[in-house]
Design a protein. Structure first.
Length: 247
């Protein structure tokens, strides 16, 4: 089992007095669902902080009420309506220039204000673009809205705004569209930690509660149980990480 490699990686860090930072982002929340209940239960059981990337346009008070009483659950802005405005021959994109920069930035400002009002104590000024795609001209306008961070998928690149990316996606989108093989996920996590920890960066886990099959749920429970109390790693909140960005 490749979880052995992850444990060996964490054990080595602990023996050397080093600690890897992990963080968890879940996409597409709008309202309470049984799947969200299940993910929240895992987060609370293992004390794993979680950032929900919430789609502003369809969400409302019901989600805010559901989260009351939970600990270390934060809210980021997941675009506006999660609608594709790209052409038929382009990759899906909501935050491109197909409708004009001012329209897109106006929607993001509306989403920022709505989620901050609904979740005043949980809100983090971080944008999570739908499909993890955003035009550079839109990025350049984020600071004026109040965003202080951007989260996409993949290795961090040079950016005018703090990046807090995810690196391990639990879903096999190009294949089965179900959970990835556990061995692969543990290997990807170990590899990211090996690269990120010496550079002072994080390993970001990306989930999508509405699309999880049992393979994903069992992986998450195993990952959390292995890491929750391991001295070689710690789960961090996006709020903490944004306040103290990686170099």
């Amino acid at each position: 089992m490749t979880e052995k490699r992850l444990l060996e990686t964490l054990d080595q860090l602990a023996n050397e007095g080093r600690v890897a930072d992990l963080w968890l982002r879940d996409d597409d929340a709008t309202q309470p669902t049984l799947a969200l209940d299940r993910l929240l239960a895992l987060s609370q059981t293992y004390a794993v902080p979680m950032t929900l990337a919430v789609i502003p346009e369809p969400t409302g008070e019901a989600l805010a009420k559901k989260l009351s009483g939970t600990t270390d659950i934060h809210i980021a802005v997941h675009g506006w309506a999660h609608k594709n405005h790209a052409g038929p021959d382009e990759k899906k994109r909501e935050l491109g220039l197909h409708r004009g920069r001012d329209i897109v930035l106006g929607e993001l400002e509306a989403g920022f204000s709505k989620l901050r009002a609904l979740h005043p104590s949980r809100f983090v000024p971080m944008l999570v673009p739908p499909w993890n795609r955003i035009d550079q001209d839109i990025i350049d306008g984020l600071n004026d809205i109040g965003f202080t961070a951007l989260s996409v998928y993949g290795p961090e690149k040079e950016s005018p705004i703090t990046l807090l990316n995810t690196h391990i996606d639990v879903i096999d989108w190009r294949g089965t569209r179900g959970g990835k093989d556990h061995d692969l996920l543990f290997a990807e996590t170990a590899e990211r930690i090996s690269v990120a920890q010496p550079a002072g960066r994080t390993a970001g886990i990306l989930t999508h509660h509405l699309d999880h099959d049992e393979a994903v749920w069992s992986f998450l429970e195993r990952l959390f149980s292995l890491t929750a109390n391991h001295p070689g790693c710690r789960w961090r909140s996006s709020r903490e990480l944004i306040a103290n960005p990686s170099p």
